[in-house]
Design a protein around this ligand. Structure first.
Ligand SMILES: Cc1cc2nc3c(=O)[nH]c(=O)nc-3n(C[C@H](O)[C@H](O)[C@H](O)COP(=O)(O)O)c2cc1C
Length: 198
């Protein structure tokens, strides 16, 4: 099974080979150095006016709060995600200390998460982001301030066997990855398709 992206030209293997598995290895752990590398990669993301609105809580499988995060997951996320080595709960300080809205904070935090994801790939780790969780029970427990909205939980770990998945999830795990065509995404200026507006 290959999950590598099919592209019209070569792109960096770290990007082409990234995908979001559900078959994490429940025995694998993540080292302090690896956790620090993920957080450093996110820290150096660009952000609007350098506001750096992203906030993270790292909860490793050994951590007593791992069960609390697992409980907060919704639907089928509860079944596969606890086999990851760690959860990184991602928050966004979407208003500043004076209560002013930070218009681009979600965008900024998405960039930081993307860099974290690419660094994970470099370390032979995989991540799977989840919007399917209930933030209410996590907010204060994990130490986020009241200006921070929790936006995703990122499962981080190493890939294991697909045997542990339900039949439905195993099929999804081995299915080819799909994307819209560039022509559907690029409204103007796609090489080879430039039109003359006269
Ligand atoms: C913000 C966000 C929320 C997501 N939420 C979930 C989720 O709750 N459960 C899940 O299984 N996958 C979730 N995903 C994973 C996507 O379904 C996945 O990235 C997408 O299908 C593309 O697959 P790929 O990452 O393997 O290329 C989420 C991804 C993102 C970026």
């Amino acid at each position: 099974m290959t999950k590598t992206a099919t592209t019209s030209v070569d792109i960096h293997p770290l990007i082409a080979k990234r995908w979001s598995p559900r078959s994490f290895d429940a025995q694998a752990s993540i080292t302090d150095q690896e956790v620090l590398a993920l957080l450093e990669a996110a820290r150096w993301a660009p952000s609007s006016n350098n506001t750096q609105p992203w906030r993270f809580a790292v909860v490793r499988r050994e951590d007593e709060l791992f069960g609390t995060v697992t409980e907060a997951l919704v639907g089928f996320n509860k079944s596969w995600a606890p086999r990851a080595s760690a959860f990184i709960v991602v928050g966004v300080e979407s208003v500043d200390a004076e209560g002013r809205e930070r218009k681009w904070s979600d965008y900024d935090t998405g960039i930081a998460s993307a860099l974290l994801t690419t660094q994970a790939q470099e370390l032979d780790l995989h991540v799977h982001q989840m919007g399917g969780f209930n933030p209410d029970s996590l907010h204060a427990t994990l130490g986020f301030n009241e200006r921070t909205k929790l936006i995703t939980v990122i499962a981080v770990g190493r890939i294991g066997s697909t045997d542990q998945l339900s039949e439905e999830l195993r099929q999804r795990e081995t299915a080819p990855r799909q994307r819209l065509e560039l022509s559907e995404l690029v409204v103007h200026g796609l090489p080879g398709s430039i039109k003359n507006h006269s």
